[in-house]
Design a protein around this ligand. Sequence first.
Ligand code: ADP
Length: 250
Amino acid sequence: MMTAGIDSGSAATKAVLLKGTDMFFRIVPTGFDFRQAARDAYKAVLAEAREQAADHVAVTGYGRHGIEFATKTVTEITAHARGVSFMYPGVKGIIDIGGQDSKVIVVDSGKVADFQMNDKCAAGTGRFLEHTARALEVDVADLGRLALASNNPANISSMCTVFAESEVISLRAQGVAKEDIAAGLVESIARRVAAMAKPMGLKEHVALVGGVAKNEGIRKALERELGREIYVPPEPQITAALGAALLANR
Ligand code: ADP
């Protein structure tokens, strides 16, 4: 049996295909047409596996209600809990930082025990990093590496993305090193997310997922903020799609 999971996100659409013990995955930009992005990602994993269709397809994420080839929908919270528990059995807390929201999920024996979500404010999400990286004239994918090279993070005090962009521009004009500004941005996100995570009482076995988890600086900054080690799975952006694929035939 073959199952697929599609995570239709605001920034990226992720597809995972499970065929026996093999896993195929693809990440495509969502763009303006989330349905087309879902079709493209699904077709890409099928082509890689040399298959025509999966037996069951579960969709999750922000665009999950509009996808015609879905046989099931699951919430992102449930999908992440399932996907991360598969990659990291025994996980007790999940921090997901995506393009437009961030979430903290408490997991008990693979099931969701509690969660919190920030989808009101871009600060603490990938969007904050995309906008401020642009102001810094660096690729968002290079921001983490740059941040790790800093010994003296700049203080980014603005919570609002628009003000933070102006702050980046003015720090650059003052001659502050790009590395230090990048580190300041990463710390700013980590502080925002930690403020949501701390009241949830995350203890041991915490995983960081979502596209922003690919930023190597974020894990370090969050570990400092939370005072504990954090695990990042090898492909942190696909955990909800993987969870959906695992739940597709349930
Ligand atoms: P969503 O589900 O909301 O679409 P994702 O979890 O797919 O969000 O994450 C998308 C975000 O991940 C983008 O906004 C971007 O900031 C960030 N991102 C994607 N790739 C990278 C990378 N290589 N390095 C750092 N950040 C990344």
